[in-house]
Design a protein around this ligand. Structure first.
Ligand code: ATP
Length: 356
């Protein structure tokens, strides 16, 4: 088990900064994820840790030893790729042995470790199978076994589930988490899927344009997003530009437009007239019949049954909002119906707009 430290890690391709000054400490045994939209620099960070890219600036340390200039095969950081990168003509065992052969382990040790790591991913029965005869999920597990066989100090995973179907993805995610907990390997995981990151990680760094925006546990990021981007990215919050129009008891009245006003509890003093960005998660909006008390009215444009929940799109003036309601405990509304919308004032994230 090992600690990983990134200090001011930066990668530039010509004029483009793929990664900008990332500094982080990932303690031994942690499951850490980089989460962000496509092109934000996640893979580049991982490739620098693996030694597959050389940083333009900054240093990488494993247990306080500077490995920035260490070649990939001499690093104890092994990567599992999105496309598995297996050799299709080789057997399962051959693939798992490969990394050990490159590292020049003795034959008996290779055999022992291949069996051990295939058993960890529950593929002992597929020892002599050809990789092309395996399912996507099994191939993914071979790739994982190949990485584990090296007994790395750091396990790196780049979107390892993205080629699997939804059911298999959920199952494999659980297996990866259990395996990581059982082995205690410090793991760095890259994904653009917020649900995956929230479910699997001890801590997450949210990345935008190559920079770390916020680092925290899944609960911290979900309940205290410090930035509208984090609020919108984790939990699909509705983002609204509003003005603080007046103080009303312990909450403020926020105005988005003439017809769209609601109360919100602000954590800090914000002067009347300030421009703010408000993030409201779909589950913190509630639709009610128009005759019931509400903050503003809207019309249902679309609704989608999702099993436990129903997601509505409602329009008020120019603004379209996502609302998620319990499918069985709440009243259902029809497309084109006029509804009242209630905002949970305690669960609005309000951000002052710089320069406003
Ligand atoms: P995705 O989820 O789509 O893989 P990502 O967040 O992993 O995206 P990166 O692949 O790290 O993003 O890329 C970050 C930025 O750096 C992008 O703008 C990309 O176009 C650019 N980039 C990555 N590799 C190179 C390269 N070899 N040469 C030039 N630009 C590159």
């Amino acid at each position: 088990m090992s600690k990983l430290t990134l200090k001011n890690l930066t990668k530039r391709y010509g004029e483009v900064f793929a990664v900008k000054g990332v500094s982080l400490e990932i303690p031994s045994g942690e499951f850490f994820s980089f989460l962000g939209p496509s092109g934000c620099g996640k893979t580049t960070i991982l490739r620098m840790i693996a030694g597959l890219e050389y940083p333009s600036a900054g240093r990488i340390f494993v247990d306080d030893v500077d490995i920035t200039a260490t070649p990939p095969q001499k690093r104890d950081a092994v990567m599992v790729f999105q496309n598995y990168a297996l050799f299709p003509h080789m057997t399962v065992a051959g693939n798992v042995a490969f990394g050990l052969e490159v590292r020049k382990f003795a034959r008996a040790e290779i055999q022992k470790r291949v069996r051990e790591s295939l058993s960890l991913v529950r593929l002992d029965q597929k020892f002599d199978s050809h990789v092309q005869d395996l399912s996507g999920g099994e191939q993914q597990r071979v790739a994982l076994a190949r990485a584990l066989a090296v007994r790395p100090k750091i396990l790196l995973m780049d979107e390892p589930l993205s080629n699997l179907d939804v059911t298999l993805r959920a199952e494999t995610r659980l297996e990866i988490k259990q395996l990581q907990e059982a082995t205690g390997i410090t793991t760095v995981y890259v994904t653009h899927d917020q649900e995956e990151a929230l479910g699997i990680s001890d801590r997450i760094a949210v990345i935008e344009h190559g920079k770390v925006i916020q680092v925290g546990t899944p609960t911290e990021l979900y309940t205290q997003p410090k930035d509208p981007f984090v609020a919108a990215f984790l939990g699909n919050a509705n983002l609204l530009s509003a003005h603080v129009s007046r103080l009303d008891g312990k909450s403020h009245v926020l105005s988005v437009s003439e017809q769209l006003r609601f109360r919100a509890v602000l954590n800090e003093e914000v002067p009347e007239g300030s421009s703010v960005l408000v993030a409201i998660r779909p589950e913190h909006l509630c639709l009610v019949p128009v005759q019931d008390p509400h903050d503003f009215t809207a019309r249902v444009e679309a609704r989608e049954f999702q099993g436990l929940t129903i997601e509505y799109r409602v329009r008020t003036g120019e603004t379209v909002l996502r609302v998620v309601m319990d499918a069985f405990l709440t009243q259902r509304f029809l497309t084109r119906e006029e509804v009242g919308v209630r905002v949970d004032p305690e669960h609005c994230f309000v951000y002052t707009v710089a320069g406003a």
